[in-house]
Design a protein around this ligand. Structure first.
Ligand code: ADP
Length: 580
């Protein structure tokens, strides 16, 4: 294309619209130019062939160069035809209109978008449809031009030729012709009129215009396609990284950049230089095995993002071109943190549940065997053994009920609420009293700060909520301390807080403790057995059964306060609709 602009540049002296030489010299130059055109035509059409061939291979001229070339070509056409104005109209398929597009000559660009006509009307439409040129000498009175927007541009005479894109095969045979619009030359200078020679010239030059436009269009398509691909790549939730055979990062999307805490600057650098030390070895192992051509590579890596551990499954594969050339490796990073967490929770649940089942069973079996073996126990002793067996049976029942209720909630079934008027104050006192008996290490206090009216609720389930929270407060304060149950009425709601001075819950676990099976797995907690189902059930009982809210405020090493807030006058119909 560089050649093309140079060649056209040969008529540079004629190119400035405002510095036209006077008539004699102009005629001479015109003659020269016409001869030169012949020569140019031959070379230009070989250029077009090259374009056509290039189209097949998607090798296109950079857009700016082609844009400039088209602009200059339009200028040259004006010079050669001695036309005051040159306009290109492009066919807009959606609108069914021919619309003026830049570049133009002798026309302000903002007028171009107004320069439009239906593709079925006027000279423009006729030329577009028939793909045959037309010449008109009196635009104002010619019936053919009445529908063309020519008055907008003060057109008096002109030539309109079709703009055609030709697709050629390897042997340069035209395999497809598409008319994409029309090319106009308006108002011959010096009061003259266009003639058939001008028509022939404009037709030839239209072919070159068509070829450049085709090239531009193709380029835009390629750019758009690339852009689309990059955008898709960029917006993928999974991390994606392409590494060249030399180890340079040739592509890395936003998710992968976030995983490794690097910015777009990393592009082109060796991945070993930009990936953090702690992930480098894991990644190197995966990528190198992909580079060696190993298949089905999938490995977990653990990345620390903002002090939170995340697990990514890395899948890597070698990339080869159609010809088998090694293009490097592609690695995909999928966030499997939650899946791994569930796996871990499941196995620890199984361990915990077995323990929770075995402990009461061992006690029951032990006491029953003792009772069977030896008859020398006093009535009092026997009674004590039976009480222990009874308590252990209750413990088993609680555990089994928790499991059953969890699976009911999971299956979307309700826990069948039974709403009555409940004396909340009496209930609080009862639960506190019972829990006091289960611990000597803790001081359990009740702090009622306002008159507590009777509320509408399910008494058993309110009992379960309070018992569970108090139980946890005791369980997770292994060193004892005060446990206070606060209650107050606020805006038609009962607010209850169970405050302890125990282990506390780290910030990033505070919302999760209400998830099923979630247990804080720190050194202190490991020795405290549980299934991780209690708070999950409590949350359901507060939020679904009592239309309330539950949350926790806590500081590690200082203690926790579990708070819940439920309406005093629950809308039973609404609550039932939700729970049935
Ligand atoms: P479980 O006690 O059976 O593990 P829960 O659902 O009752 O199950 O509690 C989930 C987790 O929340 C517990 O494992 C514990 O880590 C944490 N937790 C609950 N209550 C407290 C509390 N009062 N203080 C500190 N941690 C608590």
């Amino acid at each position: 294309m560089g050649d093309l602009s140079d060649m056209i540049g040969a008529t540079e002296s004629m190119s400035e619209p405002n510095e036209l030489p006077e008539s004699d010299e102009l005629l001479k130059q015109l003659e020269d130019a016409k001869n030169r055109i012949q020569e140019l035509e031959t070379r230009l059409s070989s250029e077009s062939r090259q374009h056509a061939r290039a189209e097949g291979q998607l090798e296109v001229t950079p857009i700016n160069e082609a844009d400039v070339t088209l602009r200059r070509l339009v200028q040259r056409i004006a010079m050669i035809l001695q036309a005051e104005k040159i306009a290109i109209m492009f066919y807009d398929r959606e609108r069914g209109e021919l619309i003026g597009i830049p570049p133009a000559y002798g026309i302000e660009e903002d007028r171009l978008s107004l320069f439009r006509v239906r593709a079925t009307q006027g000279v423009s439409g006729q030329v577009f449809r028939d793909s045959e040129p037309l010449i008109f000498h009196d635009a104002t009175n010619d019936p053919r031009t009445q529908k063309d927007p020519f008055s907008l541009l003060h057109v008096s005479n002109g030539i309109t030729v079709p703009l055609v894109i030709e697709k050629r095969d390897e042997e340069n045979r035209v395999i497809e012709r598409t008319t994409i619009g029309v090319l106009h030359a308006f108002n011959k200078r010096h009061g003259e009129d266009f003639n058939d020679e001008d028509v022939r010239l404009l037709e030839r030059m239209a072919r070159n215009v068509g070829s450049i436009i085709a090239n531009l269009q193709l380029y835009r398509e390629v750019v758009e396609e690339r852009e689309e691909l990059l955008q898709t790549f960029e917006s993928l939730a999974a991390g994606l990284m392409l590494v060249s055979p030399e180890g340079r990062i040739s592509q890395i999307n936003a998710s992968a950049r976030a995983i490794f805490g690097i910015d777009a600057e990393a592009l082109g650098k060796n991945y070993l230089d930009v990936i953090r030390d702690d992930n480098r070895d894991q990644l190197r192992e995966v990528l190198q095995s992909a580079m060696r051509g190993d298949e089905n590579i999938s490995q977990d890596i653990i990345v620390n993002i903002a002090n939170v551990e995340r697990h990514y499954q890395v899948q890597a594969a070698q990339v080869r071109s159609d010809e088998g050339k090694d293009l490097g490796v592609v690695a995909i990073f999928i966030d499997v943190t939650d899946i791994r967490m569930i796996d871990k929770m499941k196995s620890s649940f199984v361990a915990m549940a077995s323990h929770e089942l075995r402990t009461p069973l061992t006690a029951i079996k032990g006491f029953v065997s003792t009772l069977l073996m030896d008859d020398g126990f006093s009535n009092e002793e026997r009674r004590e053994f039976y009480m222990i067996i009874d308590q252990e049976c209750d413990r088993l029942t609680r555990l089994i009920n928790d499991l059953l209720n969890t699976s009911r909630i999971e299956a979307g079934e309700s826990l069948k609420p039974n709403y009555t008027r409940v004396d909340a104050k009496a209930l609080l006192e009862k639960v506190v009293l019972i829990q006091r008996q289960s611990t000597h290490k803790h001081q359990i206090k009740l702090d009622i700060r306002s008159e507590i009216p009777k509320i509408i609720g399910d008494e058993d389930k309110l009992d379960q909520i309070l018992t569970n929270l108090l139980n946890n407060a005791i369980k997770y304060s292994p060193n004892g301390g005060d446990i206070t149950v606060h209650a107050v009425v606020e805006d038609d709601h009962l607010l209850v807080g169970v405050e302890d001075q125990g282990l506390g819950i780290p910030k990033d676990h505070q919302a999760k403790v209400f998830d099923k099976f979630h247990r804080v797995n720190n050194e202190d907690n490991r020795r405290i057995y549980g299934t991780g189902l209690g708070l999950y059930l409590v949350k359901h009982l507060v939020e679904s059964v009592h239309m309330g809210k539950i949350w926790v405020e806590s500081e590690v090493g200082k203690g926790s306060t579990f708070l819940f807030r439920i309406p005093i006058e629950i809308d039973i119909e609404n609550a039932k609709a939700i729970n049935h």
